[in-house]
Ligand binder design. Structure first.
Ligand code: SF4
Length: 405
């Protein structure tokens, strides 16, 4: 056992994603957003890239990288004037368009247009530190489930669009993660994925000095900084611990390690199968391996988002694939305890914990090894979470332990 002693990375499936061959790529057509989220690491400004520029970035992705989907992010991509054309363009190139949005600008008509253009899925960022106004002001994570439900329902009504949610996890909101996971279970028929991302910012309590090349830079001038002392070292295993306090059987199956720390869980993936009433079990590493390999063999890409059609095949997976995976075997046994269940649909659902940049004591920065959220900047592939460093300083910032600490 290692990494907080609660899971052993060598027993999990290491997702096969790499720099040139990945499930996901990250495209930012606009820097404009209609919210100011606390944890955002991008500068909010009224700048849209031209459609030609965006197409060029897609060319760069396709030159360097095989991807299953393109996450269209920003800014908020729904504010991009040519969002419908962009979705159609991505689809035309044989990639799955996924829109990463806070949802504020989504109307039923726009959703229908996007569906017509070929949108594959949405990831809605909803959490309590986004400064949402009107009826959502002051609501906590659990109260925001009402808003999450509205978006999930909208997608389900239009039909066959993958629905994911992500939330940033802060020291004072980690307590709500089990409630959100419970809510996702109750809506397993219309919610395919839940993502929880640990908060990371440059804060005064980090014991490092920052350098751009040989030049020292002020930490409070770095775009993604917070003035106050805050906890920026929540780990995926902390989130897992919190979830297991309520759901002791919750079992991750796959992960992405850190570039410096091989036993860290930068992306920690759990796959479960069940109905709105009952979770039958947690799928194991072999199931994930099978999915990735079969998808790559037949389609040439590693699977990113699963469609609602695919996630509805929980019953078929339990009945047909159980010989290949211990987790599936356990789930099938549970499922078959009541033979009447054979007439009921079962769904699969993904829960992901993401742990952005970590620092070692020596000041090394550990990134996600095989980063899925790689974007394009000046024709190069760069980490989207640290893009502002390239924009502000023309290079990656390095960190050196402070002398007196
Ligand atoms: S390295 Fe940064 S951009 Fe890449 S997946 Fe990790 S957090 Fe996201």
């Amino acid at each position: 056992m290692n990494n907080n002693g609660i899971i052993d990375h060598t027993k999990l499936y290491r997702l096969p994603w790499t720099l040139p061959d990945n499930a996901i790529s990250w495209l930012e057509p606009t820097a404009l957003c209609n919210l100011h989220c606390d944890g955002c690491y991008r500068k909010n400004e009224n700048v849209h890239k031209s459609f030609e520029e965006v197409k060029h970035e897609l060319d760069i992705f396709q030159k360097y990288r095989t991807s299953d989907c393109i996450s269209i992010a920003g800014g908020d991509p729904l504010l991009y004037p040519e969002i419908v054309e962009l979705v159609a363009e991505i689809k035309r190139r044989g990639l799955k368009p996924i829109i990463n949005t806070n949802g504020k600008a989504l109307t039923r008509n726009l959703l229908k247009e996007l569906k017509k253009a070929g949108v594959f899925g949405f990831t809605f960022h909803v959490d309590s530190k986004q400064g949402r106004g009107s009826e959502w002001k002051g609501k906590n994570e659990v109260e925001l489930n009402e808003l999450r439900y509205r978006y999930a329902r909208m997608l389900a009504d239009v039909g066959n669009i993958a629905c994911s949610f992500n939330s940033t996890v802060y020291e004072d909101t980690i307590q709500y993660v089990p409630d959100l996971i419970h809510w996702a279970h109750r809506n397993i028929d219309i919610v395919q994925t839940m993502v929880f991302i640990a908060f990371r910012h440059v804060v005064p309590n980090l014991p490092f000095d920052w350098y751009a090349g040989g030049q020292k830079v002020n930490w409070d001038e770095i775009m993604y900084h917070s003035e106050s002392k805050r906890n920026v070292d929540i780990l995926s295993t902390d989130v897992l611990n919190k979830v297991r306090e309520r759901f002791p059987e919750f079992t991750p199956a796959a992960y992405l390690n850190g570039t410096v720390k091989p036993d860290s869980f930068k992306w920690l993936l759990t796959e479960r199968v069940g109905t709105k009433k009952k979770i039958y079990g947690y799928l194991g590493p072999k199931f994930l391996e099978l999915m990735m390999i079969v998808h790559h063999f037949f389609k040439g890409t590693y699977l990113s988002y699963a469609s609602p059609k695919l996630t509805r095949k929980g019953r078929a997976s339990m009945l047909l694939l159980w010989p290949f995976d211990k987790g599936l075997r356990k789930a099938s046994k549970n499922y078959l305890k009541n033979p009447l269940r054979l007439f009921k649909k079962a769904y699969m659902q993904t829960i992901m914990f993401i742990q952005p940049v970590d620092f070692t004591e020596k000041g090394e920065q550990s990134m996600c090894d095989g980063c899925p959220d790689i974007t394009v900047y000046k024709d190069q592939l760069v980490w989207s979470c640290r893009l502002e460093e390239q924009v502000q300083y023309g290079t990656w910032l390095t960190t050196v332990p402070k002398k007196n600490e």
